[in-house]
Write a protein that binds this ligand. Sequence first.
Ligand code: EPU
Length: 335
Amino acid sequence: MITQNVNLKNYNTFGISISSKEFAPFFSISDIQSILEHKKSEEMLVLGGGSNLLFTKDFDGIVLKNELKGIEIQEEGQDHVVVKCSSGESWHEFVISMTEANYGGIENLSLIPGSVGASPMQNIGAYGVEIKDVFESLEAYHIATGEIHTFNKFDCAFGYRESVFKRKLKNQYIILSVTFRLTKGGKVNSSYGAIEAELAKMNVSSPTIIDISRAVISIRTSKLPDPKKLGNAGSFFKNPVIAKSLLEKIQMNYPDTPHYPADADHVKIAAGWLIEKCGWKGKSKGNCGVHALQALVLVNYGGSTGKEIFDLSTEIIRDVKHNFGIELEREVNII
Ligand code: EPU
């Protein structure tokens, strides 16, 4: 059913109060067909958890709210399991149900907000794991033809917080389900420094999948604001990839600059660190600001407009460019 002029405050984790001209939830493929047939608007936005976007103005189109639900084991072997999950399921709830069943591979991605359908869209990642590491395939509804197409890993063209659905095929598909290949047998990935430190704090020497999930939840809750209490969309910027020669220049003043390998001539540098060094960490401007515990996260202290948050991000980009010669790129979708 399509409703008119719906406020989206409760549908985006930044908690921005804007209105959408049309709004329709879909619970099935036939709902999608019927909505596309009856909608009046040209512009369209498919919304999952609303955790990676910033509304800067009222939306003059139709929002399709994904309510597709269901998890199905498709194949089970001695050391692996193939699981198909509908795109409207909550990502974190899916992780917890897989982790509790002792199916491994996504425990490092615990507590990432958003829906399962959004996970391949931006190849979500944390603590040494990305979706692409466990991705098998996905099914998507082709808006122009009404056909259902299957995409394998290659088709998705995954990159760092990137996929074909954010680029070449943007707004052309509605992701219906994602299929993952998970492991049985308890193999874990605990090599990320922060996880090792957290496990030591927990006194765990041979971690299980559940231990890793608990460690990740503990790290994330200690640094990242809970969107239910403080509006935010996780990392607002990407960690920029820069030339090694530029890193060496920065290291002359800051020998401890946090960075990770990218390719032979480039490194990824921590955007949160750059922002902190520009003096923005914990600073507020009007009703929004930079989180006090992780400068990569912008927050809405209540009543902020999307435009205010966008303008704050522009000031940050300007300062980082001025001080370090690095152009930060927004990770959050600006609408
Ligand atoms: N740092 C600072 N100051 C800050 C924030 C970070 O100096 O205010 C330093 C930290 O001390 C550390 C380094 O920067 O040395 C990296 O920090 P952290 O491990 O917190 O990770 P990140 O690079 O800031 C990325 C992802 C997060 C993910 C973490 C953990 C991006 C854009 N962000 O953040 O993803 O949880 O790694 O793997 O790649 C998200 O995408 O929404 C997100 C939260």
